[in-house]
Design a protein around this ligand. Structure first.
Ligand code: UDP
Ligand code: MG
Length: 327
């Protein structure tokens, strides 16, 4: 089979509720583009019927390709898997929940061709469909990221974007793990364009991004791109040093003036303040050391358990995941 023109990468985690709507909307649209394509769904270790529904649909939708990760590895890791496995000349990443209207894919493609750019960001022109806490945290996140990466990160561009083969290869050649795509891709600096779109409500089901996943994303974003927290630790350390210096001078003056009162309270206070500062610094340092440690281990960021391309007859369709992945 020749390589398709377009790969549509869709990370999915427990999306059984949205799947029927997804097929209904995606297929006619992609068929109508008039180019060869593959829909590469990366099933991020779903525990519901997502995988079996996908394989069932792939029986008569030949462009649908299913790649299953052995366990839930996260949205960004699922995208990494998609980047590695995609064969298209262009690659579009899109969420399964149809918040990013698939109709815009045609526009992304046309913009890439007309303007001859390697990256086309889908940029949300209106976030009113998101809840207030989500909007506020998102705004804080993008402000911070713009400062940290020191580049124009398209504001409100999440993971709905088109990239060319050049970008796919560049991303795949990066040695780092724990990629945050929305930062890495602007950081690479390929020529880019933007297409505004209105973000819809989730078509069905509930968000798969809980607070801990959002926090993880924010933390990975910061530690991947900036040593600022480390510098903060240095500043705290300096401040602690100055404070303890002042404390020492004070204690000396009191002692020399002869009226040294056994200052239990101040001692405990000083010990706890300095202790707290040291712990904070150690914690921050620890985060970076942990990153170095992780990358020095060179652990795979994801493990593929199944690829429908390698199983044309879908013989393993009804087998449980354990058996499929043993192949
Ligand atoms: N997702 C994933 N792995 C996860 C969490 C989410 O692959 O651990 C997928 C999910 O199925 C969806 C996309 O990432 O296609 C975005 O997730 P969601 O729509 O739940 O996030 P939100 O839009 O609420 O930020
Ligand atoms: Mg969503």
């Amino acid at each position: 089979m020749p390589d398709p023109e377009l790969s549509v990468v869709v990370p999915m985690y427990d999306e059984e509720e949205v799947l029927p709507i997804f097929f209904e909307r995606m297929r006619p649209l992609l068929d109508g583009l008039g180019i060869s394509y593959e829909v590469l769904v990366v099933d991020d270790g779903s525990r519901d019927a997502t995988a079996s529904m996908l394989l069932e649909a792939a029986v008569d939708w030949h462009q649908l390709r299913v790649v299953r990760l052995l366990r839930n590895s996260g949205h960004q890791a699922a995208q990494s898997a998609g980047f590695r496995r995609a064969r298209g000349k262009y690659l579009v990443t899109i969420d399964a929940d149809l918040q990013d209207p698939p109709e815009v894919i045609a526009e992304l493609l046309a913009t890439a061709r007309d303007k001859d750019v390697d990256v086309v960001y889908g940029v949300r022109s209106d976030r009113s469909s998101d809840s207030w806490p989500k909007r506020t945290t998102a705004r804080m996140y993008y402000r911070l990221m713009c400062r940290l990466v020191g580049k124009d990160i398209p504001f409100d561009a999440a993971d709905f974007r088109l990239v060319s083969r050049r970008v796919i290869d560049a991303v795949n050649s990066l040695p780092e793990d724990g990629r945050v795509f929305r930062l890495v891709i602007p950081w690479l600096g390929f020529p880019s364009a933007e297409v505004p779109y209105v973000r819809a409500e989730r078509a069905a089901g509930v968000t798969k991004y809980n607070w801990s996943k959002m926090f993880r994303l924010a933390f990975d974003s910061v530690t991947a791109f900036s040593a600022a927290p480390l510098r903060l630790a240095t500043w705290f350390g300096l401040l602690g040093g100055v404070l303890s210096g002042m404390f020492a001078v004070g204690a000396l003056v009191i002692k020399l003036s002869g009226n040294s009162v056994p200052g239990w309270t101040s001692t405990v206070l000083a010990v706890s303040v300095i202790g707290a500062i040291q712990l904070l610094c150690l914690g921050l340092l620890g985060e970076y050391v942990a990153r170095l440690f992780q990358s020095s281990q060179r652990r795979p960021q994801f493990l593929v358990g199944y690829d429908s391309l390698e199983d044309p007859g879908h013989e393993t369709i009804d087998k449980p995941l354990d058996e499929v992945s043993a192949r």
